[in-house]
Design a protein around this ligand. Structure first.
Ligand SMILES: [Zn+2]
Ligand SMILES: [Zn+2]
Length: 278
């Protein structure tokens, strides 16, 4: 049994557990769940699979999610690049709903992501990317080599409401987390005006420039939700990696259990957010 203690990473002491010890069936995961690749036109050219994996491993992360704007074409390449590492890569997407709200959609398998992709492809306007204006949308292999350009413009809203998107993701067995909810650009609170309590949202993401305490103070409606915090990684230096979980295995179901504090699963944010920018 590990003797690592919870207090070290700022978690509240779990109920019904041996103080200071991680139960034998659980493992600590340090996660960054919002990472863009060169498929996102706003991401740096350095955001290729081997460099993403190297950076994550350097930072001691063992769980990441790839979440490009409205597309998952580079996920399999990152999974492949992480194959010989102690690093789980969850397939994901940052979906932009018709309300212009960004939402992280995370899955266990590429097949589930593929199903969401098919829906999103049907729901995006048939507009070609303007490379000069928005930037390149590269699909790459596990070494980062160019495969093709994605022609369809990705940074736009899909014709899916947040409610439709939530149910689509949940029906596929995924985890739906509204992204950077406190941010003016594409954040839930600014664009919808409230957190929809009729959706069974399990967690929300706050942006990197606010503490969870401040976020809960500024937006009291956040108080009832676990808050993850991500770097919204568009460049290698954007990694935060401060989401910490105690899980039996790195799956969507276990993440859900951790957010709910079920069966000893835990979630907490390690202190150390980046407040260097406004
Ligand atoms: Zn976003
Ligand atoms: Zn993002």
């Amino acid at each position: 049994m590990s003797t690592e203690n919870y207090g070290k990473w700022g978690c509240p002491q779990p109920k019904n557990e041996i103080p200071g010890r991680i139960p034998f069936n659980l493992k600590k995961y340090q996660a960054e769940l919002h990472i863009h690749t060169v498929l996102s036109p706003c991401a740096g050219i350095e955001m290729i699979p081997p460099l993403i994996v190297r950076k994550a491993v350097e930072l001691g992360l063992n769980l990441i999610a790839i979440t490009d704007h409205n597309a998952g074409d580079n996920v399999s390449a990152v999974i492949e690049a992480a194959r010989d590492k102690d690093l789980t890569v969850l397939p994901g997407m940052e979906l932009q709903t018709e309300e212009e709200v960004h939402c992280l959609c995370l899955f266990d398998t590429l097949e589930q992501l593929g199903e969401l992709q098919a829906l999103v492809d049907r729901s995006l306007p048939p507009i070609q990317n303007n490379v000069e204006f928005f930037g390149e949308q590269f699909v790459v292999d596990s070494t980062g080599d160019f495969i093709r350009r994605k022609e369809q413009l990705l940074i736009t809203s899909a014709k899916l409401s947040i409610e439709e998107a939530f149910h689509a993701v949940r029906n596929l067995g995924g985890l739906f987390i509204p992204a950077h909810v406190n941010r003016q650009a594409f954040g839930l609170i600014y664009h919808l005006g409230f957190v929809p309590t009729d959706l069974d949202l399990i967690a929300l993401e706050i942006s990197r420039h606010i503490t969870p305490e401040q976020a809960r103070q500024d937006y009291p409606q956040l108080q009832q939700y676990p808050l993850i915090q991500s770097g919204d990684v568009h460049f290698l230096d954007d990694f935060l990696g401060i989401n910490q979980f105690l899980l039996n295995e790195p799956t969507i179901n276990e993440l859900k259990m951790a957010f709910k504090g079920e069966k000893g699963r835990q979630f907490c944010l390690k202190p150390g957010f980046d407040d260097s920018q406004p």
